[in-house]
Design a protein around this ligand. Structure first.
Ligand code: AMP
Ligand code: TRP
Length: 326
């Protein structure tokens, strides 16, 4: 069976963008492929983290995965830092990656602007990501649009290493969702909805209560036209709400435009809010139950056992090819 692997950083409360762009894909692919899902905690420390909060976020992310329907029977779920081979392989790959390629990564350029004393890890992060991916010979890597460049880098690294040392890695393809590939901020719909946004009014967090969700959606930025029509360039606010609606329902953009052709923005927003609440409420109920349960640790124990043996084998092969043995 073909394999997929993906992960999310436990770097803050998850957003509706994460759910639509990442978790919904996991739910789809767990029924189609052999699936590996991890918590990218080592990626999270590329920017400063409070240790107590980080630990809470790790547990919370796992509970969110499960509450959203990521099934531990169908997926191998693990914590990145527990598998020591990710960083070991990453080091070797770093030494096989030109410095200039990393400096060109869009996300690095953005993030270094926001962190005055940015770490060296912020630069080498895409190589750790390549290691996450290449260790498991996966076919596909489901990610949002913003991560596509990093998956392409992983492909380049794999191809370069294979050319130099013989077939070691499978070269994977990114899987980018079409609709809702990018969910935008509700206040500034030209920006991505992000965990690290400084204005919480623009961001729907998966654990926001119903009242907060409704308030945020009802006050989302729109335009003065009063036509529910998809036009990302001229009507980014309404188009973003249409994206959210189509991503969470079985409707297409055309269906939504047709359904609301005689409606005002208030009616449409109210329906978007109903839909978001109906998706998030059951997830939240399951989440709070799971957080207390010992099941979380059992799942990570099983995941680390399985992935360590796979990763060790790949690491040994790479070491041998590179000449790291006595
Ligand atoms: P991040 O929150 O940046 O760590 O992203 C975790 C995953 O969620 C990645 O696969 C992202 O591409 C995806 N993601 C994050 N924010 C959004 C968004 N606003 N719209 C769609 N996908 C997103
Ligand atoms: N860098 C990804 C993000 O910030 C998370 C991630 C780390 C990842 N390693 C990965 C995603 C491997 C897919 C595959 O969203």
């Amino acid at each position: 069976m073909e394999k997929v692997l993906t992960g999310i950083q436990p770097s803050g409360a998850l957003t509706l963008g994460n759910y639509i762009g990442a978790i919904k894909q996991m739910l789809k692919y767990q029924d189609m492929y052999e699936s590996y899902i991890f918590i990218a905690d080592m990626h999270a420390i590329t920017i400063p983290q409070d240790p107590i909060k980080l630990r809470e976020n790790i547990r919370s992310l796992l509970a969110i995965y499960l509450a959203s329907g990521v099934d531990p029977k169908k997926n191998t779920i693990f914590l990145q830092s527990e598998n020591i081979y990710h960083a070991n392989v990453s080091w070797i790959l770093e030494c096989l990656t030109p410095y200039g390629e990393l400096g060109r990564m869009t996300q690095f350029k953005d993030k270094k602007e926001k962190n005055a004393n940015f770490s060296a890890g912020l630069l080498t992060y895409p190589v750790l990501m390549a290691s996450d991916i290449l260790l498991y010979d996966v076919d596909f890597v489901p990610v949002g649009k913003d991560q596509k460049q990093h998956v392409e880098l992983a492909r380049n690294i794999a191809e370069r290493v294979n050319k130099k040392y013989g077939e070691i890695f499978k070269v994977p393809l990114p899987l980018i969702p079409h609709d809702g590939a990018k969910i935008c901020d509700l206040v500034d719909p030209t920006r991505k909805m992000s965990k690290s946004s400084d204005n919480p009014k623009g961001v729907i967090y998966l654990l926001d209560d119903e009242k907060t969700i409704r308030k945020k959606i009802m006050s989302a930025t729109t335009d003065s036209e009063m036509r529910v029509v998809y036009d990302m360039e001229n009507k980014p606010g309404i188009s973003n709400l249409i994206n959210i609606y189509t991503s969470l329902s079985n409707l297409t953009i055309k269906d939504v435009e047709e359904k609301y052709k005689d409606s005002n923005y208030g009616t449409f927003k109210n329906d978007v809010a109903d839909l978001v609440v109906s998706v998030l409420t059951p997830i939240q109920e399951k989440y709070y139950k799971l957080l207390e349960s010992a099941e979380l640790d059992k799942i990570l124990d099983a995941g680390i056992e399985k992935t360590t043996s796979i990763a060790k084998e790949k690491y040994e092969l790479l070491k041998e090819k590179v000449g790291l043995y006595r």
